[in-house]
Ligand binder design. Structure first.
Ligand SMILES: [Zn+2]
Length: 247
């Protein structure tokens, strides 16, 4: 029997993308044993899929995760499964908790792996059916390919535009605080005003963002070729209430 520590070490190597042989060399465990550990691990087996098996999905969680995926996520294939990675800034632990929760709601029982990098962390979910749920995956950067939602995704987003906006703005967006002074009754007064900005190089993803903003009736403007701004005071307050701060 191997110690749990050795097993965890071998599986961690696989999740980092190492081959079975490399994990065997690094841990001194037989390749066949590591393969058994890998195949027996929950979260990597075929399981059930909302798309393939026509099962209900947590639509609110899905809409939010779609936003995070389109903002700071990518999907790639490993030998036997696909993995979804969402990169989160370590400065926003509340967002990390949010994404971990969303991944768990999309794939109940699936383990979420964390890969720490400098200043950020990749949250990773392994599952064969990720490409069913996120058909926008493909080679290359997202802004170099068309990103269009399938009709079933459009239906979910049009029912839950708020969670999609949370995913988009909490990954590729920021809440900027500006201030100005004005003289009122002979006294200089400071006024703070904030704005939300969503910055993305993909025309298609910006269009999705503005579509969702239109659905919830929040006015926006395009402030540069890659930036969508929500800056009217009432609009900022509405978006604050809808998506919450970046914590
Ligand atoms: Zn599937």
């Amino acid at each position: 029997m191997y110690a749990a520590r050795v097993r965890a070490e071998a599986l961690a190597l696989l999740h980092r993308g190492e081959s079975l042989s490399a994990a065997a060399r690094a841990t001194g465990v037989a390749r066949s044993t590591i393969r058994e550990w890998r195949d027996g691990e929950p979260g990597t087996g075929p399981g059930t899929c909302p798309r393939c098996d026509d099962l209900p999905i947590d639509e609110e969680a899905y809409a939010a995760l779609l936003g995070f995926y389109l903002g700071d996520g990518y999907i790639a294939r490993a030998a036997r499964y696909s993995f979804l990675r969402i990169t989160c800034d370590l400065a926003h632990p509340g967002i990390i908790d949010d994404v971990v929760d969303l991944l768990g709601r999309i794939r109940p029982g699936g383990k979420v792996f964390t890969v720490k990098k400098s200043g950020c962390v990749d949250l990773q979910l392994n599952w064969q059916h990720l490409t069913c749920l996120f058909p926008q995956h493909g080679p290359g950067r997202k802004h170099t390919r068309r990103i269009t939602l399938e009709p079933w995704q459009q239906k979910i987003v049009s029912t839950h535009p708020g969670p999609l906006l949370r995913g988009l703005f909490h990954s590729d967006g920021c809440r900027v605080n500006n201030w100005a002074t004005r003289v009122v009754g002979g006294q200089k007064k400071r006024y703070d005003y904030g704005r939300w900005q969503f910055v993305n190089h993909s025309d298609d993803i910006r269009d999705l963002c503005t579509w969702a903003l239109d659905l919830v009736g929040i006015p926006w403007r395009q402030s540069s070729w890659k930036t969508i701004s929500v800056s009217r005071r009432d609009a900022v307050a509405a978006l604050d209430a809808l998506i919450g701060p970046k914590t």
